[in-house]
Write a protein that binds this ligand. Structure first.
Ligand SMILES: Cc1ncc(COP(=O)(O)O)c(C=O)c1O
Length: 456
């Protein structure tokens, strides 16, 4: 279990879900149980019991008032993909419109001097504060996740080799997100290094023992995902960071599926470097730029490989040669994607307002409910839960596996139930604590049940 995960240790009882035993999922006095069809699962729980339970959980949910703040939440569409592309907040629609009219349209190029040049740092600090436990001056909004990961892994690799030429290995797990695997292979090829692969269970993730066996005196950098994109496995980041440091290596954390969903304590973990998406739980919109975290103690030691004018000490000096800026500016390369970084500010403000502990508590309650419903309605049809069953080692999504899931996904999309599909046979159920309700979760899983029956 991550030590910095208050909700996983204290459980949802402290968050408003206490009126109901979320772990066992029983709702003995639930209303309207007699109105729904009485199909029963292996534990003898009927679908109407589940409906009543969802109603109780929604009523007890302290975050339910925020659901209406999202565009589309009022419709019957079931959205299980906020871990891929979050819904927009209504406030963001207003912010984007006002920006186009007033700032872009009104201030024109003066906007750069007036505020835009500072925006990557200000929003970066707010990601640090709200979502990743980083003190100011260590987080910046930059390029895409892939490009930022490339820049930081390469910078870390080069620094490690410069300090000790025998450190030429990059450690990464076989089930890390494709971009992470591909880019370390590219860096190893271009810098004369090697990739050392950690084998993992597809329904789990990187354990302490597996990492300990993979690192050693030849390790330069370790690249790990905090929440595994396929299984949802939540790594014990503090312990894994310590194991890498004990071996003398630097660690880069991929926080794509964590930021805004599970507590992250970059400073407390003694994290070196991290990168994360903003279009998932931070609702930044399609293709919104990623954030990069570099611990203060490392910033001056690292040189990133894409030397552009926005990373220089005096951007408008237009000098003859590249001189990296002090601090986080040196990790930028070109013109910051300002329009893309506007919307995430509304979600960051909301996260600061409600607190990540409350978000995690709702996330745990949602995934616990989804697993229970899957056990009741889908296990009899041959569906397996391909995610950790212990909520302390599970992030914000649950993967359900069955050979028909690709066809099931297509069928569901056609009826406005939107999960996503990952090979082999995995249906990912992404549950966004600020915008997903328990009733929506049940409706979606009942649609999965019907689709599997139709495909069988
Ligand atoms: C875990 C993880 N890492 C990296 C990426 C790559 O991000 P991007 O396509 O924004 O570069 C993603 C995208 O979904 C991801 O989920």
């Amino acid at each position: 279990m991550t030590t910095a995960d208050p909700a996983a240790s204290s459980g949802p009882a402290s968050s408003g879900f206490g009126a109901h035993d979320v772990r066992s999922g029983r709702a003995p006095h639930a209303p309207n149980a007699q109105d729904a069809p009485q199909t029963r699962g292996p534990a003898g729980i009927s679908t109407s019991d589940l409906e009543a339970e969802a109603a109780v959980l929604d009523a007890a949910d302290p975050l339910r008032i925020h659901r209406d703040a999202f565009v589309g939440a009022e419709t019957s569409l079931v959205y299980f993909d906020g871990n891929s592309l979050g819904r927009p907040l209504r406030a963001s629609v207003e912010r984007l419109t006002a920006f186009a009219l007033d700032e872009w349209g009104g201030r024109l190029i003066r906007g750069w001097d007036e505020s835009w040049m500072q925006l990557p740092f200000d929003i970066g600090d707010s990601v640090g504060r709200a979502a990743i436990g980083a003190a100011s001056g260590q987080t910046v909004i930059g390029d895409s996740t892939t490009v930022l990961l490339y820049k930081l892994v390469r910078a870390a690799f080069d620094a490690a080799v410069a300090a000790d030429p025998s450190r030429v290995e990059i450690v990464v797990d076989r089930d890390n997100f494709p971009t992470d695997r591909y880019l370390v292979e590219g860096i190893a090829a271009e810098r004369g290094g090697r990739v050392r692969w950690v084998e993992v269970d597809l329904a789990g993730g990187v354990s302490d023992g597996a990492l300990r066996a993979a690192v050693g005196p030849g390790t330069a950098v370790v690249l790990l995902s905090h929440v595994a994109y396929r299984s949802g496995y939540l790594a014990d980041a503090a312990t894994l960071t310590r194991i890498a440091h004990d071996a003398g290596a630097l660690v880069v954390w991929d926080l794509c599926h964590s930021a805004g969903s599970v507590p992250v304590e970059a400073d407390a973990w003694d994290c070196d470097l991290a990168v994360g998406c903003t279009y998932k739980y931070l609702n930044g919109g399609p293709g919104s730029p990623a954030f990069a975290y570099v611990a203060s103690r490392l910033q001056e030691r690292l040189a990133q490989p894409i030397q552009g004018w926005m990373g220089t000490a005096d951007v408008f000096a237009m000098g003859p040669e590249y001189r990296p800026a002090q601090g986080m500016r040196r990790f930028l390369s070109g013109t910051p994607p300002i329009v893309g970084m506007l919307a995430m500010q509304d979600t960051l403000a909301l996260i600061e307002d409600v607190g990540i502990a409350a978000i995690r508590a709702k996330s745990v309650a949602l995934t616990e409910f989804a697993v229970r419903v899957a056990d009741e309605l889908l296990a009899p049809l041959g569906v397996a839960v391909a995610s950790p069953r212990d909520p302390a080692t599970r992030g914000g999504h649950v993967t359900l596996s069955h050979p028909a899931m690709r066809a099931v996904t297509a069928r569901l999309w056609a009826q406005d139930v939107i999960p996503d599909y990952r090979d082999p046979g995995g249906l990912r159920i992404g549950l966004s604590p600020l915008s997903t309700s328990f009733a929506e979760t049940l409706a979606g899983l009942r649609a999965v049940e019907a689709a599997i029956r139709a495909e069988s």
